[in-house]
Design a protein around this ligand. Structure first.
Ligand code: BGC
Length: 760
């Protein structure tokens, strides 16, 4: 519904704040309804509208809901993040973000509720289709590009769900128990990247608790980390219904409660003001942020905004095709325009599943299906079709057998059977998690039967998060991971199968051999409202690498119809010390006979870490398009964060001195070039006190020498120098050693030495 009135183009926030009554200010901190902020007509403050979601708008101008049950205004359904993350293409994400912004403007929407950058801790998370990756670097860079695109046309983004919302089970109450290093290195960096690079207009807090505290009222999360450390300048909005104690939430830094609490929030705030547990300054701060959000929204609101639906549909198709991951191919793909019969099998071919369930459900402007697109593209070949199965688990056995037999007849004698398998809608949704990662057994049965009679089999997967393939992939001569591909996915699948698009997707999440190999096993989804992140840093490939586990397809994997050669790796330390920068360059050549795109993935391995670190971590990537025979020099720069870890004792990022190997991979398990660089880093000096161990004292650059001097020539000194007993002794706190008979130093000496050191 286009906006027809002409609102002002900016607000004088300080003046308005001064003119508002206390009740009006408190009122601004609450939504007006499901999707709008509150207006204050007396002062000419208009309301603005926000809408889901990350990959297509769900603008509900009249009746609404936040769970995707009711219709929304038609909008282009782009592929969800699980798919677009596989493109590894920041420019593409930027274009999608921009298109979303254009549609938002045309529909009178000021903030798009997305993207979501939560980590894929377990493939079971029902909402994984909405999230980018198991890797924070990849998720952060892609989401940042998307936010830039949307905000570039004057529409805000809402980075969500902040933070540690990695499951749907008990999402409104569960406490994620995560140590700080794991939060800093795995669960927060994607948010940090988007905030520091793109300044999203809003950040949406998550429903869950983190280490016991609701994200919606966690001052450490919403103020210390988000604003003081990362410099966030926008507004924090609650997830829909995430507020617990409204007054504590305001104090913690949650500015806007959505949807409208019907006055409950305002009463709590007014009561707290009266009791003196909340100050008017805190209310003013939040109200000012609401006004600033309204103000920055105004320029884009105006009558007559439209968008080019054809162009957006074409972009959705391009994005979908570039998101498909070719997992296997024995040469059967691409399909030739002429040749023997092609059997298309699978209900998904005519009934595409284009998105996941819940708040991100889009009412698409149109919907392409793979069957029609394949028929059009293979006009020179006989194309047969059989649905093979239904998308319901309730299908009676006799009906399932009939459908399977029909599929076998369609595939009999076919030169190739294209079998579309996947997860029906009910398998993956916001609001609940999966119980397993298997395909429905009736689909596997159809594949097995079809493989008996068709000369070649191509399997195309439809799913929002990984499925187990080990039990059936031997039947596939080619295997395409086609995720959920948005409204133009049917055409995109045909584009890839027919070779009109050379596949260039790379997995943004590991495909494990079995769910039982997943690191969260036993710790997902938790019990009694507590979920313990026991695997710590070892999420996704970090775990499979550390455990040396075989996987079905590794993080970063994806094939092409052409081949690439990588050569002439150069690394240059352009800045050394505590904040190093390393330039990496290589030459990529398309050595095949088709144009194609390749993805260079840069992993960094810390060879000399003093703490446990993952085997390797993604710290850079670049996607390049090359004509046959063409070469290009790819250059990337690794910054300090590429080498650092969150020091649990110092409570900050540290680059330790030593060797780091820069590994260039075509996947996390296909490292093609590598080089080691030595970095000066920063010498880490850990603080010691009288309760630190002898080893900790001896490692200290100043106090170590002092201790060595008093130990010199003593029996304690001799024991400490012994290779065996010395190890035992060095683990004893010096205060206890001081009390041992014959100790050459006393507790007083320790205190005096520490005091003298502190005094400089
Ligand atoms: C979801 C959010 C969404 C909001 C509004 C919530 O249930 O978690 O992602 O933006 O609803 O629909």
């Amino acid at each position: 519904m286009p906006v027809t009135t002409t609102p002002p183009t900016s607000l004088d926030v300080p003046a308005l704040l001064a003119g508002l009554t206390l009740e009006e200010k408190v009122g601004l901190l609450d939504g007006a309804d499901l999707w709008r902020t509150r207006a204050v007509e007396r002062l000419g403050i208009p309301k603005i509208m926000v809408s889901d979601g990350p990959h297509g708008l769900r603008a509900q101008h009249e009746q609404g809901d936040h769970l995707g049950g009711l219709e929304a205004a038609p909008a282009v359904a782009f592929p969800p993040a699980a798919a677009t993350a596989s493109s590894w293409d920041v420019a593409l994400l930027g274009r999608i973000g921009r298109a979303l912004g254009e549609e938002a403007r045309a529909l009178g929407v000021s903030v798009v509720l997305g993207p979501g950058v939560n980590m894929k801790r377990s493939p079971l998370c029902g909402r994984n289709f909405e999230y980018f990756s198991e890797d924070p670097f990849l998720a952060g860079r892609l989401a940042s590009a998307m936010v830039d695109g949307t905000q570039g046309v004057g529409v805000g983004a809402s980075l969500k769900h902040f933070a540690a919302n990695n499951q749907e089970t008990d999402r409104m109450s569960v406490s994620a128990e995560v140590d700080e290093r794991t939060l800093r290195e795995i669960y927060l960096p994607a948010f940090e990247t988007v905030v520091t690079r793109s300044q999203p207009w809003t950040v949406m807090c998550s429903y869950n608790r983190i280490n016991g505290v609701f994200a919606s009222q966690d001052p450490w999360l919403l103020t210390t980390v988000l604003r003081d450390e990362w410099g966030f300048e926008g507004l924090v909005v609650s997830d829909w219904g995430a507020v617990y104690d409204r007054d504590r939430a305001v104090a913690a830094g949650l500015d806007l409660e959505m949807p409208s609490s019907g006055g409950v929030g305002a009463s709590a705030v007014l009561r707290a003001l009266e009791a003196g547990t909340l100050s008017e300054a805190e209310v003013d701060r939040a109200a000012a942020r609401v006004l600033e959000l309204v103000s920055r929204s105004l320029p884009a609101l105006g009558a007559g905004r439209t968008y080019d639906e054809d162009a957006h549909h074409a972009l959705a198709r391009e994005a979908a095709a570039d998101s498909v991951v070719l997992l296997e191919n024995d040469g059967v793909l691409p399909l030739a325009p002429t040749g023997g019969a092609v059997a298309v099998v699978g209900e998904f071919a005519r009934s595409p599943r284009f998105g996941g369930g819940g708040s991100s459900q889009v009412t698409p402007t149109r919907l392409d299906d793979a069957l029609s697109e394949l028929r059009a593209g293979l006009a020179g070949r006989e194309v047969r079709f059989a649905p093979g199965f239904t998308l319901s688990d309730e299908t009676p056995a006799a009906e399932a057998a009939r459908l399977r037999d029909e599929a076998v007849e369609a595939a009999r004698g076919a030169e190739v059977a294209v079998v579309l398998l996947g997860l029906p809608d009910a398998y993956e949704s916001e609001g609940y998690d999966r119980q397993h990662i298997h395909l429905p057994p009736q689909q596997v049965a159809v594949l097995e039967a079809v493989a008996q009679v068709a000369a070649k089999v191509v399997v195309v997967l439809t799913n929002g998060s990984v499925v187990e393939v080990a039990g059936w992939r031997q039947h596939a001569d080619a295997l395409l991971e086609a995720w959920l591909l948005g409204q133009a996915g049917g055409g995109a699948v045909a584009d890839v199968l027919l070779g009109r698009v050379n596949p260039s997707g790379r997995l943004a999440e590991t495909m494990p051999l079995a769910l039982e190999h997943n690191p969260a096993l036993g710790n997902f989804p938790g019990t009694g409202d507590v979920v313990r992140y026991g695997e710590g840093l070892l999420v996704g490939y970090r775990w499979y690498d550390a455990r040396r586990l075989p996987v079905a397809y590794p993080f970063g994997h994806g094939l092409s119809y052409t081949t690439f050669a990588w050569a002439d790796l150069e690394t240059e330390v352009v800045e050394d010390g505590a904040a190093p920068r390393v330039r990496v360059a290589l030459t990529v050549t398309n050595t095949g006979d088709r144009a194609g795109k390749d993805v260079v993935q840069v992993y960094v391995r810390d060879e000399d870490a003093s703490v446990f670190r993952p085997e390797q971590e993604l710290k850079g990537f670049a996607k390049v398009a090359l004509e046959p025979g063409a070469s290009t020099r790819v250059e990337l720069e690794l910054d300090a964060r590429a080498f650092s870890f969150w020091h649990p004792v110092l409570g900050r990022w540290v680059v330790e001195p030593g060797a780091f190997t820069v590994r260039l991979g075509a996947s996390s398990r296909d490292v093609r070039l590598e080089r080691t660089v030595d970095l000066a880093g920063e010498p880490v000096v850990l603080p010691v006190d009288a309760d630190s161990t002898a080893a900790q004292w001896l490692a200290h650059p100043v106090l170590g020498d002092r201790l060595r001097a008093v130990l010199d020539g003593t029996s304690h000194g001799a024991i400490l120098a012994d290779p065996e007993v010395g190890q035992m002794m060095s683990a004893i706190p010096v205060r206890r050693l001081a009390r041992f008979p014959g100790s050459p130093f006393s507790e007083q000496w320790l205190e005096d030495t520490l005091a003298a050191h502190a005094a400089g």
